[in-house]
Design a protein around this ligand. Sequence first.
Ligand code: GCU
Length: 329
Amino acid sequence: MAFMMICLLAAGALSACSTKASSDGTITMRLAHNQSETHPVHKSLTEFARLTEEKTNGEVKIQLYPNGQLGAEREVIELTQTGAVDLSKVSASALESFSEVYSLFSLPYLFDGRDHYYRVMNSSTVNGIYESTEEIGFRGLTFYDGGSRNFYTKNKPIMHPDDLNGMKIRVQPSATSIRMIELMGGSPTPMSFGEVYTALQQGVIDGSENNETALTDNNHGEVAKEYSYSEHAMVPDILIMNQAKWDVLNEEQKQAINEAARESSAFHKVVWEEAIEKSIEDSKEKGVTFSTPDKEPFQKAVRPLHKEFAEKVSTAEYYKEIREAAEKE
Ligand code: GCU
């Protein structure tokens, strides 16, 4: 740990610390993320590491650094940009302050449902987004399903946007998420994920919004007992990689990593479904109540945001493609 911190802090030596090329030509890369080892995302990233090693015949190895030990998402994106960390898994919402195009994924009700979401996430539209950040130092490799995001509070179900009135709701540090809560009538409180449990417990916030694993893997369900399915967003997790580290790989290695990324995303789809079922079951046992509000008033409240995204230069084209994909099938 001490070695790691020295590595990360010594600015001049940043790159040298992260990727280790040994004398036999093997490359070892570091991958950071903020979930625990029991979280489905960690399992899928472990699968990504295994597949990468297998498909490169052991030439590329990946070491995982879970639990936010290398920093909160904002920090690890910066570390991935400079190359101090080779890869990281972060929420698409956290990427919004680095590249505006990622704000799309925080747009409430962008997706009509899981089919639409998967169709778009596996399409060339999203590949274009992954490559659009090359110039700022990183590229996207794949996504991991982050389910739907819903409101949860200590003791009050959110059945209508009016219920958010006067409530401090934690959001990710994302301008779009902040606007969403404002439009719905609540008071947005941006903070990093690792701070949410204590903030809930101490009453700094009244509620938050996330998928069901936050209740169990992050223990928020110990404090928050009301979970309401507004299903206002489906924000994917994105696996990003330092661009310079990518550029030095040979074509076979790049192809192997791309395949490993894609296959681990498909693996995740299955692991995710099982994890959500289990999270709901465990949360119910711990006294969490699940409610299903009518989504229409929530959708109506955020309509102005859709208009903005359809017009903004950075998102207009992608927005159009994504919404058109909803009409197909
Ligand atoms: C999800 C996501 C995390 C993110 C978190 C958050 O759990 O998978 O990457 O940090 O939401 O709300 O901050």
